[in-house]
Design a protein around this ligand. Sequence first.
Ligand code: UT7
Length: 318
Amino acid sequence: MKNSKILGTGASLPEKIVTNFDFEKKIETTNQWIVERTGIEQRHIANNSETATKLGASAALKALQAAGLSVTDIDMLIVATATPDKVFPSTACLIQEELDIPAIAAFDITAACGGFVYGLSIADQFIKTGHKQNVLIIGVEVLSRLADWTDRGTCILFADGAGAVVLGPTEEQGILSTHIYADGRYKDLLFCDNPLATPDSDNNFIRMRGNEVFKIAVKTLSNIVDEALKHNHIDKSEIDWLVPHQANIRIIQATAKKLGMSMEQVVLTVAKHGNTSSASVPLALDEAIRDGRIKRGQLILLEAFGGGFTWGSALIRY
Ligand code: UT7
């Protein structure tokens, strides 16, 4: 069995930036509350032409470039998104067409904020078993399209963007293990009804019982990082970087504390990007790889938690 390793990463963000001060003018909130309770200072919001397809394709191209590969080298395309441009074809098919990728396996997965780690896990299995060579995994969201702009408990949190990773085979170490889970019993704590199925629902926007989600996220993430370490017989002191889902700075601080890591070893983008769901981990990963913080050979831990609930982690020798 081969291992899979990260060959390249890419990112794409909408041009428009909305700050907390912009929200102050529209809803009953303050910059201070948002910064203190979430760590978010600004977020990128897509215009009508910045679709999931366009953002995802742009991030994918940059990841391919970084990997030194062309579109014909890719033999599987996985898109994690809760905000596809169409019910079908999948966003993966639309990105495939946009990038002119010949016939390959291409599909979307819906696992909300856990989606990118799910995608990474699926790709890793295909590469390890030799069924696929180079797999493109994209996390992309245009969550602003699902925002209730009158609900101050959610509209200040969620935002848009795309991150992409190319995974390929290696004889050396790469992805050491992935761990993915879901528990549908929590479906009512964080959800968005489908307007096609329930056109009269009051909940055709993102709905969240934030405080309850917060508490379960902290507990669950702490368990899953433990599991990743135990599985690989690795001590927490060996981890170089934590690349967490960027939902809330306080959740991230709790996970870092549990790992005994200083915040200097945590890749943080929540202040600039807000919560971009399945795009948040690959966006953060790309930033820290491109600015040289994450170096080849280092040990990195990825984790995510979101609607479903879904959650997961990946321990990676970069
Ligand atoms: O990515 C998927 C996973 N998602 C998460 O992990 C998110 C988890 N949850 C959170 O990040 C936090 O729960 C929030 C940031 C959403 C909320 O923070 P909180 O400290 O849990 O606040 P809360 O919901 O308990 O609300 C406290 C107060 C309430 O007012 P009262 O009832 O005490 O008078 C809210 O109405 O804060 C109020 N509030 C706000 N005030 C100013 C809620 N949103 C705002 C706001 N500005 N934007």
